[in-house]
Design a protein around this ligand. Structure first.
Ligand SMILES: Nc1nc2c(c(=O)[nH]1)N[C@H]1C(S)=C(S)[C@@H](COP(=O)(O)OP(=O)(O)OC[C@H]3O[C@@H](n4cnc5c(=O)[nH]c(N)nc54)[C@H](O)[C@@H]3O)O[C@H]1N2
Ligand SMILES: Nc1nc2c(c(=O)[nH]1)N[C@H]1C(S)=C(S)[C@@H](COP(=O)(O)OP(=O)(O)OC[C@H]3O[C@@H](n4cnc5c(=O)[nH]c(N)nc54)[C@H](O)[C@@H]3O)O[C@H]1N2
Ligand code: SF4
Ligand SMILES: [Mo]
Length: 696
């Protein structure tokens, strides 16, 4: 055992950035344990961290470039693969123009700084404006709220969980998800700490989640009605004369406009739409406004719905008018070592938003990307700008985008497709060429994105532990080689670590943080301190003022007022998704240690609804929407609000991957979701509140 080595490393599967201690020898991992001294995660990990080793040794992993020949994938050399990729993409662009190639970037890219630093070069070399990512199936309303209120899409407030006295959580389940746009590993312990100091956590969700149970206070809410609740809370704060912008009053615009705009959004109206009682709403508004500090946090459930942007705007506005913005215990802004906002500052610049609209249905483009909801129609609809070839990098939209089956049909008809991935899966099986990616343990790790959303400022870097198999390049290198081939450049440019080394000195802690300092950090991570008020210096709006009532949100209020839940006699139930501790989106289901045990891909339903429909526990049923049908077992539980059912996201792997040993037949929620349901301001997919029926 003398050759066992140890490394401190950050897990980069999800946003929590847990500190790990990995012991390994030349060929394999011996153990993956939590790092109790990590200043952010403080000893927390989840079962997925241990599976990091499985992604490397997965027998189904793609480990050579694969070319499709007569419908079968055959291994080819890297030289051949690069040439084939460039030929195929260039041929399509020669006939159909630059926009003939579409690009879809999936979630794992956000966790790999090598990809984040090299993909922009590849996209620029392709010159296409047909760009998509999982961000529009997730969080674009947060960015849109920040653009219009604060002037920069990445200037996003984070709940100061360590100091708050009252936390509202709408549409987030951080005990399971480990926090999103809020890096807060070990959230359960953090909630216990809030309560131990006499504070409260109130969860508002159509499902009594793991987070709700541990918080101890939970209110059921009807799907997609959050904006009514948030606007009524604002209405009540004004009505009770409790507004107080504290230090921000000198730099804020639009208080009177906001006050007038929320007039129709009374507690009575919110009660009717949400199912939460009038008195509860009034008391909650008073408690929130009068708490020493309070923070409202609205996440996935409040973002992936028809009113996602209104929710994120109203959520910020509630924090602002109660003095809980940029203030300890409220919503605050990080000062990360790598300051992405500063690097891409928009100060003094005037832009109009949305920057563009999509060709076929006119959906908005933000952050250079069109909504994934329009990707299929952009492939299907002839004319200038039609997508005829796709490049997917770390994405699986057939399972993860709304109306995934339509995407699948559209991919089948493309002239050419390249995927950079780990697996042949429901998306990549349509590719003509698959280029194998390196996995986490084969790469340097530094989190370029999620330090910006962390509840405490830290920084950590670690080198690779193993080399990629078969002498394969690291993923950034393969991306850079494609770029160099496209542009005719002689070399592939600096490594991501080199770029990082040049960027860190320009960040908030440039005097202390460098790659060398991070490598020498005794606990594997540098503690850069708690969140500090800083908004006055950071506002990026053209007039450098905080905009409380941007016109784009006010203009959407009549649509909200006219909203009727879409349940009908034909489709009487409303469907929402859920996340699970032992799976991550659609791609970790090949780890035997994560999928073992009972089939967790079930449709959850309230006992009253189950009885009315004559459904028995564990019975196999069909769940149908206007778009499709899936079969899966029933799970009857008091956790569900009446009238609402839940199916977990990320399942439904049909073919091409999952070796027989670990395969369970499951269903894809996105066979049921509808790509025509979007939040019109941001174009974000409205996954929540899809009308469905259940047939025994
Ligand atoms: N274990 C695990 N962790 C993950 C992931 C994973 O797949 N597995 N995925 C990662 C990713 S990519 C992300 S973006 C984050 C997301 O992290 P979270 O934002 O915490 O997302 P979810 O856990 O899906 O929780 C969303 C909650 O919204 C509720 N909800 C649904 N509709 C509504 C509604 O209309 N109103 C309200 N108020 N609530 C609603 C759901 O019941 C659910 O409890 O998680 C990340 N972490
Ligand atoms: N109905 C419903 N749909 C949802 C959601 C929901 O809550 N409900 N959640 C949405 C959210 S928040 C998100 S973020 C999206 C996620 O949507 P996607 O990003 O499209 O999906 P993932 O499942 O994360 O797919 C990751 C892909 O990357 C591959 N991969 C893993 N690691 C690497 C790597 O290091 N390099 C490369 N090149 N490939 C890799 C995997 O094999 C897989 O094919 O799903 C969205 N879809
Ligand atoms: S919570 Fe996220 S970062 Fe932490 S160990 Fe699990 S997957 Fe990794
Ligand atoms: Mo996500």
């Amino acid at each position: 055992m003398s050759d066992l080595k140890t490394q401190f490393r950050t897990c980069n599967i999800c946003e929590a950035m847990c500190g790990l201690i990995v012991t390994y020898d030349e060929t394999q991992v011996h153990s993956i344990k939590p790092n109790p001294k990590d200043p952010l995660s403080r000893g927390h990990i989840c079962p997925k961290a241990v599976a990091l080793q499985d992604f490397r040794t997965d027998p189904d992993r793609v480990t050579t470039p694969l070319k499709k020949v007569d419908g079968e994938f055959v291994p080819i050399s890297w030289d051949e693969a690069y040439d084939y990729a460039i030929e195929g993409l260039s041929a399509v662009q020669a006939i159909h123009g630059k926009d003939g190639v579409g690009v879809y970037l999936g979630n794992p890219n956000a966790h790999k700084f090598g990809n984040l630093l090299t993909l922009p070069g590849l996209i620029k070399a392709l010159g296409t404006s047909n760009r998509y990512s999982s961000a529009t199936a997730d969080q674009i309303p947060h960015h849109v709220a920040s653009i219009h209120m604060l002037g920069h899409p990445m200037l996003i407030p984070v709940p100061d969980v360590a100091r708050t006295d009252l936390m509202l959580i709408l549409g987030g389940n951080p005990i399971v998800s480990n926090g999103s746009m809020m890096t807060a590993p070990g959230f359960g312990k953090r909630m216990d700490e809030i309560k131990a100091r006499g504070g409260r956590v109130v969860v508002i969700d159509p499902r009594r989640t793991e987070t709700a149970t541990r918080a101890g206070e939970h209110l059921f809410i009807q799907p997609e009605s959050d904006a009514f609740l948030l606007l009524a809370l604002i209405h009540e704060v004004f009505a009770q004369g409790l507004e107080d912008l504290a230090a921000l009053s000198a730099i804020t615009e639009g208080l009177d406009t906001l006050k007038a705009a929320v007039q129709p959004f009374t507690a009575e109206k919110a009660a009717e739409m949400t199912g939460i009682e009038v008195e509860t709403i009034r008391t909650l508004a008073r408690d929130f406004a009068t708490a020493k500090s309070a923070v409202s946090y609205a996440r996935m459930g409040a973002s992936t719905q028809s009113f996602g942007s209104l929710c994120q705007w109203a959520n910020n506005a509630l924090n602002i008018i109660t003095g809980n913005f940029d203030s300890p215990g409220g919503a605050m802004f990080t000062t990360p070592a790598l300051d992405y906002v500063g690097m891409t500052s928009r100060k003094g610049k005037t832009r109009s938003y949305p920057e563009k609209r999509s060709r076929v249905s006119g959906q908005p483009l933000y952050n250079g990307e069109f909504p994934v909801s329009v990707m299929a129609e952009e492939m299907e609809t002839p004319g200038e700008g039609q997508i005829r070839a796709m490049l997917t990098v770390a994405g699986n939209p057939v399972l993860t985008a709304p109306n995934g089956r339509r995407i699948e049909r559209a991919l089948e008809k493309l002239d050419f497709m390249v995927s950079i991935d780990l697996h042949i899966n429901d998306t990549t099986r349509h590719a003509d060429l698959i280029l194998p990616a390196s996995v986490a343990l084969e790469e340097e790790v530094y989190d370029m994105v999620f330090h910006s959303f962390a509840v405490h400022n830290t920084a950590a870097f670690a080198p690779p532990i193993f080399a990629p198999p078969n002498g394969n390049p690291q993923e950034w290198e393969l991306i850079s080689r494609l770029t160099a081939k496209l542009t005719g450049a002689n070399d592939i440019g600096p490594s991501p670590t080199k770029i990082l080394g040049a960027l860190l000195p320009q960040g908030y802690h440039g005097d202390r943080v460098s790659v060398e300092a991070l490598l020498a950090a005794p606990k594997g991570s540098l503690d850069l301190g708690p969140l500090v008020p800083n908004l006055a210096d950071r506002l990026e709006t053209p007039d450098a003022r905080l905009q409380l009532a941007p016109a784009v949100f006010l203009a959407d209020l009549p649509r909200l007022l006219a909203f009727q839940p879409p349940a009908s006699a034909e489709f009487p139930l409303l469907m929402i998704g859920r996340r699970q501790t032992r799976s991550h989106n659609s791609w970790t289901q090949n780890s035997a240690r994560l999928v073992k045990g009972r089939n967790r891909c079930t449709v959850q339903i309230n006992p009253e609804d189950a009885t009315r429909l004559g459904l028995a526990e564990a019975a196999e049923v069909a769940v149908e929407s206007a778009l499709g049908s899936v079969a899966l077992p029933v799970e009857i539980t008091e956790e569900m609000a009446p009238g609402v059912v839940s199916i977990p996201q990320g399942w439904g792997q049909r073919q091409g991957r999952l070796s027989a040993a670990t395969r369970v037949e499951t269903a894809s929620i996105n066979d049921l979701t509808d790509d025509s349901r979007v939040d019109p301001i941001s174009g974000n997919a409205a996954f929540n509140g899809v009308p469905v029926r259940i047939l025994a």
